[in-house]
Design a protein around this ligand. Structure first.
Ligand code: ADP
Length: 433
């Protein structure tokens, strides 16, 4: 074992120092020694100095060794009781070393795991994934991160997050015997169970929203049509209060109809989406803007657009997304200024995403509401100020998330807002461009 003592220069200095100390110690001793001839005296002197020097060097070596042993114990404790299971695997996935945490994860004593193949603890449904990552890690000499199931001694399968890092000796050649893999294993069963539970309850909630809104439509239709009938037949025949009450019911049922339709649309984003296809956003926007022509003309709105990219998406949903944002930019206009809306897109080279933005010169949003407005039914104004159901942005968010993107808004209250959303650039298109 090489001892990490001193560098060459420092060692020389240290030797000189030791020599000096040894000389002094000998001088003390010499006072007691009787007279002897001069040359013999010199030899004895040298020998004695060397002996003391050696004793001192020996003492220092012992101390360094004890220090090293203590450090090595500390390191080993850290390795052994780390909160992560560590395995070292050779080229054929045989375990050459494992820490206590790793052994506990699989439920075996450490000594029973060494020399066994790690693949024995991988259940059949995860075997392909494990081998793919294992081989890729060796072949490309690069780190692999993945999640698979692992079997415990008692047969229970747990979810594991795995990181494989290949290492090689001095003579680097992949597939040489001095190549090995360090593997970190973390039990993520709890997290996975929570994820599964969340997914299940989301699906249930979505199903509930769908069934409730679907089933509510029928009785609502009956209420609406009969009150409208009542209004038509008996208007001005009952007293003034009755006319007003009928009016309230008609208005409320129209509102509720809109809310139910919006809720249904919200619950359908995930369940009734179409396949992703190549979409030319320039053309899509042209169509959406022309379908909003009346609203645009009525408000004297100006819409400008930069050149838009091609994306892979559900074109109906992305069309709806643009529509919701454009309608809001017109709806939340300043009363005495005609709406000016600018739509643009840019590529984020780092993340391979397109970032779309829709900016307006409308009333703007106060900073404390910037996140809240994407939650379903959250509105910042009364019905009398601005009509709406508070679902438009929640639908927009769901659509963006279904496409793997994010949505957010930046705004200056009283000056205008810019809504941003990202859509990942699919690999096929990324390779073409
Ligand atoms: P709705 O438009 O039906 O109220 P949304 O979910 O579309 O519901 O919007 C939620 C709230 O966000 C709106 O009530 C409004 O207060 C605010 N908001 C949305 N878009 C804009 C915008 N372009 N400018 C200012 N406020 C906006």
């Amino acid at each position: 074992m090489k001892l990490p003592l001193w560098g060459g220069g420092r060692k020389m200095d240290r030797n000189k120092e030791l020599r000096q100390i040894a000389e002094e110690k000998l001088r003390e001793k010499k006072e007691k020694i009787y007279e002897i001839p001069k040359d013999v005296d010199t030899v004895i002197h040298e020998l004695q100095v060397h002996q003391i020097e050696l004793e001192m060097q020996n003492e220092e070596l012992k101390n360094s060794r004890a220090e090293l042993e203590e450090l090595s114990e500390k390191y080993y404790d850290l390795y052994d009781f780390a909160p992560v299971g560590y395995f070292t695997l050779d080229l054929v996935n045989r375990i050459t070393e494992v820490n206590s945490t790793g052994a506990d994860l699989l439920g075996f004593p450490k000594e029973n795991l060494v020399d066994r193949y790690f693949r024995w603890y991988v259940p059949p449904e995860s075997t392909k994934s494990f081998h793919n990552h294992f081989n890729k890690s060796f072949r490309k000499m690069e780190k692999q991160t993945f999640e698979i199931g692992l079997i415990k001694k008692n047969g229970v399968i747990f979810d594991a997050h795995i990181e494989l890092q290949p290492f090689y000796g001095d003579k680097y050649k992949p597939y040489q015997s001095d190549t090995y893999l360090k593997m970190a294993v973390i039990d993520i069963t709890r997290q996975k169970n929570l994820e599964r539970e969340l997914k299940r309850s989301n699906e249930e909630l979505q199903q509930f929203a769908y069934v409730a809104s679907h089933d509510l439509q029928e009785p609502l239709r009956t209420i609406a049509s009969f009150t409208q009938l009542l209004e038509r037949r008996y208007k001005n025949q009952l007293d003034g209060d009755a006319d007003e009450f009928i009016n309230f019911i008609v208005e409320a049922s129209v509102r509720m109809k809109q809310q139910i339709e919006d809720l249904l649309e919200f619950s359908r984003v995930m369940t009734r989406g179409s396949e992703f296809i190549k979409v030319n956003v320039n053309e899509l926007l042209k169509e959406e803007i022309s379908s909003l022509k009346t609203l645009i003309d009525e408000n004297n709105a100006e819409i400008s657009c930069n050149s838009m990219p091609e994306i892979y998406a559900d074109s109906i949903q992305v069309g709806r997304l643009f529509q919701n944002l454009i309608i809001n930019s017109i709806k939340f206009r300043k009363p005495n200024e005609s709406p000016k809306i600018h739509i643009s897109a840019r590529k984020d080279e780092k993340t391979h995403e397109y970032i779309f933005s829709i900016s307006d010169n409308g009333i703007g949003i106060e900073p404390q509401y910037l996140e809240r407005i994407f939650t379903i039914f959250q509105r910042l104004h009364t019905r009398e100020e601005y009509g709406g159901t508070g679902i438009g942005l929640a639908v927009a968010k769901k659509i963006v998330e279904r496409h793997g993107g994010r949505i957010w808004v930046e705004s200056e209250f009283g000056k205008g807002s810019t809504f941003y959303f990202t859509l990942p650039k699919p690999l096929v298109l990324a390779q073409q461009n």
